[in-house]
Write a protein that binds this ligand. Structure first.
Ligand code: ADP
Ligand code: MG
Length: 142
């Protein structure tokens, strides 16, 4: 499925809809360049799960957990990860293979740790279509 958005609100709304459909054990890989809208998408996704508080990129902690929604949400941003062994220290397996939903910004940086079945969300700009245009591809990968 490919969705085109032209405002941050539309990207947020797509995230919200997917958050409403999220299921236990789901892992969502979120990729795209800096500033493309991964965190905007995540904020909508969290809202769709019923999480009301602010959601920002967990820059200093790699992962942030939110427990006030319909399912626990583990929001990873692995952009600043130094070594893959940091993921073991975080206890990532309890997130990926638990009852909550995991969302991973920059998941391609930890490709070797990803479960076999993931939902991939890839966001791209196309400046010819305008500064706020985004093409968002959502695909199930097994
Ligand atoms: P990332 O997490 O991918 O680095 P952010 O979500 O933090 O990016 O920032 C995306 C920026 O792009 C925000 O400032 C947002 O307002 C802006 N923006 C403009 N158009 C869009 C759009 N169509 N979808 C998402 N964000 C958009
Ligand atoms: Mg971000």
């Amino acid at each position: 499925m490919v969705i085109e958005t032209r405002t941050p609100e539309e990207t947020y709304e797509l995230g919200r809809q997917l958050g409403q459909k999220a299921y236990p054990g789901q892992v969502i890989c979120l990729n795209g360049d800096l500033g493309v809208g991964k965190t905007v998408f995540t904020q909508g996704f969290a809202a769709g799960l019923g999480i009301e508080g602010p959601v920002n990129s967990p820059t200093f902690t790699i992962v942030q957990e939110y427990d006030e929604g319909r399912l626990p949400l583990y929001h990873f941003d692995v952009y600043r990860i130094g070594d893959i062994s940091e993921m073991d220290e975080i206890g990532y397996e309890d997130c990926f293979y638990g009852e909550g939903v995991t969302l991973i910004e920059w998941s391609q940086l930890i490709r070797e740790l990803l479960p076999q079945q993931v939902t991939c969300v890839t966001i791209e700009k196309d400046l010819e279509q305008g500064f706020d245009y985004r093409r968002i591809r959502v695909e199930e990968r097994t």
